[in-house]
Design a protein around this ligand. Structure first.
Ligand code: SAM
Length: 337
């Protein structure tokens, strides 16, 4: 029974992971990293070249980026009958070093090889390819996101990957964000994306509904490649006038509540709690990330928490607020006299 159940869970999880990134979304993000990809070996390790728009994008733009090599491998279960032209039970690998006779080579033109194992990104076979790669670019399975990121960190790889914004405060992810070893990319329009999938019924409202696609909100790009947006200074317009009104002090943290990123007061010198979406505007020269609430991980608040309160989620006048991260302005202006 236990086995049957775990089989069911795996099936459910696999199904949940089966949605495909649109080439337009890849184009919108990747164009910002052109210089940084020059001469690099790019590895897409969750990508069936017969299905993945990452493969299409990088072969089409191989010369534009001046890539050294493109490698894609895919998990055997990724090969969907609906799209796949090959045997769905086999994991495959494709290597491309440019020079195709036309600008849109297919996997068959380039040639694929069969992997020995199942193509799991954690398999030794795929780790050996990872070691050879300079930059990993893909949309990995959301259900394995923490493990996925841990592996990239372990092998000290550069990456540009799709994930959900909720992962920001995952135990295995937040320390990297706090330590400026991982940050958000340019992102999707309105922080949401449509992914191609035959498995789901899209419940999005009429205007957002797109046939054969599912709308997922809270989707972001994570990277550790530098980009211009990360150095744009956020213009602040509000001032702090004591903790009575707009910026109450938390009941259980030594910090003030700033419920909207755009309202960060320009003259506050101490710790501020902000929503996780603050990261879309985060510039490390302007702000320091101090931590997050203890509800996200023990010790995450870097001592701002009052443990005697017994409440880990940030609260204002007894009312709990949603996930918060704590930041400090590195260059606040002087408070009003
Ligand atoms: C969110 S989908 C994205 C697919 C593709 N990268 C794209 O962006 O269109 C994640 C893919 O990872 C595959 N996958 C799941 N577990 C995996 C594993 N352990 N190793 C490699 N790929 C895996 C899934 O089959 C799924 O196709």
């Amino acid at each position: 029974m236990a086995n049957e159940n775990s089989g069911l869970h795996t099936a459910k999880r696999n199904k949940k992971d089966e949605f495909y990134t649109q080439i337009s979304d890849i184009e919108n993000e990747l164009r910002h990293y052109r210089k940084l990809l020059q001469g690099k070996v790019v590895y897409c390790n969750c990508d069936d070249p017969y299905v993945s728009a990452f493969f299409e994008y990088f072969t089409k733009n191989f010369e534009f980026f001046g890539l050294k090599k493109l490698i894609t491998t895919c998990y055997k279960n990724q090969r969907m009958d609906l799209f796949s032209q090959n045997d769905a039970d086999q994991a495959i690998k494709l290597e491309y070093e440019g020079g195709a006779p036309h600008s849109l080579p297919t996997p068959t033109d380039i040639g694929v090889t069969i992997l020995e194992g199942d193509g799991d990104f954690r398999s030794q076979e795929c780790i050996e390819i990872l070691k050879e790669a300079d930059v990993v670019v893909t949309n990995p399975p959301f259900s394995l996101f923490t493990e996925y990121v841990a592996q990239l960190a372990e092998y000290d790889k550069k990456f540009i990957i799709v994930g959900h914004q909720n992962a920001i405060t995952y135990k295995g992810v937040f320390p990297l964000i706090k330590g400026n070893r991982m940050w958000l990319g340019y992102g999707f329009k309105r922080n949401m994306a449509h992914f191609i999938t035959p498995h789901y019924e899209d419940t999005a409202s009429d205007t957002d509904h797109q046939e054969g696609k599912i709308r997922v909100s809270g989707v972001v790009w994570y990277t550790n490649l530098d980009h211009n947006k990360r150095h744009e200074e956020m213009i602040l317009v509000q001032r702090y006038h004591g903790n009575e009104g707009e910026y109450p002090t938390y009941d259980n943290y030594n910090a003030i509540e700033v419920s909207r990123t755009q309202n960060i007061p320009m003259d506050y010198h101490g710790a501020m709690g902000v929503p996780i979406t603050f990261l879309t505007k985060y510039n490390p020269e302007q702000y320091e990330i101090i931590g997050a609430t203890e509800s996200e991980g023990a010790g995450f608040s870097s001592g701002l928490w009052h443990p005697e309160s017994g409440v880990a989620q940030a609260a204002v006048n007894g009312k709990r607020v949603y996930k918060r991260i704590f930041i400090r302005n590195r260059n606040p202006i002087a408070p009003e006299a």
